[in-house]
Design a protein around this ligand. Sequence first.
Ligand SMILES: *[C@@H]1O[C@H](CO)[C@@H](O)[C@H](O)[C@H]1NC(C)=O
Ligand SMILES: [Cu+2]
Length: 159
Amino acid sequence: MSSTKQFLITLAIVAIVLPSVALATEYKVGDSAGWTIKFDYANWANGKEFRVGDKLVFTYPVGAHNVFKVNGTSFKDCTIPPLNEALTSGNDVITLATPGNKWYICGVGQHCAVGGQKLSITVLPAGLEAPAPAPSSAKGVVASALLVLIALMISLFTI
Ligand SMILES: *[C@@H]1O[C@H](CO)[C@@H](O)[C@H](O)[C@H]1NC(C)=O
Ligand SMILES: [Cu+2]
C-alpha cells in the first residue's frame, strides 16, 4: 500500500472518529448567573442544541443549592428525591449519556417550586446523522467541513 493511501485512510478514520470528540460542548447552566433561583432556565435552554457527549456544568456556592436529576413528573411537581441522590459540589458536571428528555431541579427549600430553579432539556443523538444543526452554528460549520472531507476521501479512493 502506498504511503499516500495509508495517509488518506488515517485521515478518513480521524474524520469519522473526530466529530464525537471534537464537537462535544460544555454548557455552563445559566451562563454567568450559574445555578440559582429566579432565573429563566427554559429561556436559557431554548435554541440550544444538546447532544449525547455534551456536558452540563451546574455552578453555585456549596450549600446554597444542589442538583437532582429527576423524571418529568418530579420536575413538574418539584418532588425532591432523597438527599443522598443530590449533587452538591458546587461545580457539578453531568455528561449527557443518552438521548431524550432530561430534568434537573434544586432540592433546597422552595427553590424549585417557588424560585423556578429547574431545568428541562432534550438531548439529541451524537454525531452527524442527527437532525441538521443550524447552519450558523460553529458545530454546523465543522460538521459540514467534515462531511466534505469524507466525501473527498471516498472520491479519491474510487479513482
Ligand atoms: C418519577 O420519580 C418518582 C420519584 O422517584 C417516582 O415515585 C415516580 O414513580 C416516577 N414517575 C415515573 C413516571 O417514572
Ligand atoms: Cu437552589
